[in-house]
Write a protein that binds this ligand. Structure first.
Ligand code: ATR
Length: 297
């Protein structure tokens, strides 16, 4: 695409950002949809986030994605924060509104759209989420927003699962999320008491992430046999150990690449006011898969 005097600039701030796949997503969406915009990565260290946000405003930047380590700290620098992003406590998208930025969280939307694209119904579903970090928190808010019936969040450090449950339940106004230790995953009785069977299993820890790909937070075959389907939010490797266990149990298994695509699409739609078609999304997804395959070589 041609960069002209009129080209609107968007980008990503964080550290590190050099290997981000977001430029591929947004520049391809812009090209396919014929929009005069470009998207670049800006490495911004922790202490520089304030200067980066005011610099972006001064430069007329229309929108930014925000990643580690700024997803929490950026909140105090914004004109306003969307209520959902505020409840999640993490902002990954800034949209220029007047003389400031409004903060959103499109990771929540990304997870819901991935599930929909995979034919997984979240409404009334029983779900076990493994993890207690920012990723697990986003998934739990997404599930609560989509009307899941029962959510068990199991984490090695149970205190962090408890904090997620507290935040989601306060937002939802009911005791929807039940915190648990990671031991419930391989204890059939405890697990069934909390989640029943036929649950959706969501892997939201960093366990199994490249290069340490041969590990899973749970190895018990019964955990996978009792699940109806699973999503691992990791997308490198393409098939994690957790996903292999699901497949061995005959259950559908999905990685997190669609979530990454859809959080990007949700940001893009907030910025441009344009809706991305299914056909365009599929083209971008194919390019992302190709890019990831190239990186694995
Ligand atoms: P993110 O923001 O991506 O969620 P994070 O906040 O660093 O990242 O969270 C990493 C998650 O992986 C946590 O749930 C962590 O468990 P603890 O909260 O107990 O630390 C989980 N995790 C990392 N290594 C693990 C391991 N070996 N076994 C079980 N869980 C692990």
């Amino acid at each position: 695409m041609e960069i002209k005097g009129t080209t609107q600039v968007y980008g990503l701030i964080g550290s590190p950002v050099a290997h981000s796949i977001s430029p591929l997503i947004h520049n391809m969406l812009a090209e396919k949809m014929g929009l005069d915009m470009t998207y670049a990565c800006f490495p911004v260290a922790g202490e520089d986030v304030r200067a980066a946000v005011s610099g972006a405003l001064a430069l007329g930047i229309r929108g930014l994605n925000v990643t580690v380590p700024h997803k929490q700290s950026v909140r105090s620098l914004l004109g306003s924060v969307d209520p959902l992003a505020d409840a999640v406590g993490a902002v990954n998208t800034l949209v220029r509104t007047g003389d400031g930025f409004t903060g959103y969280n499109t990771d929540v939307e990304g997870f819901a759209r991935e599930a929909a694209a995979c034919g997984i119904r979240l409404r009334d579903a029983s779900v076990i989420v493994i993890g207690g970090g920012g990723a697990a928190r986003g998934v739990c808010f997404s599930l609560a927003r989509e009307g899941s019936g029962r959510i068990v969040v199991a984490n090695r450090t149970q205190e962090k699962a408890r904090r997620i449950a507290e935040a989601v339940n306060a937002w939802k106004g009911k005791e929807l999320v039940i915190p648990a230790g990671i031991d419930i995953l391989s204890d059939r009785k405890k697990r069934q008491n909390l989640a029943g069977s036929g649950y959706l299993a969501v892997q939201a820890t960093s366990v199994g992430l490249y290069p340490d790909t041969e590990v899973s937070p749970v190895d018990d075959p019964d955990f996978f046999a009792q699940a109806s389907a699973g999503i691992d939010i990791i997308y490198n490797p393409e098939e994690t150990r957790f996903m292999k266990y699901l497949s061995q149990a005959g259950r559908p298994a999905h990685n997190g690449l669609l979530m990454l695509l859809y959080q990007g699409i949700a940001s893009f739609e907030l910025w441009t006011g344009r809706e991305v078609s299914g056909a365009t999304a599929a083209q971008v997804y194919a390019a992302m898969q190709q890019e990831m395959a190239g990186r694995r070589k």
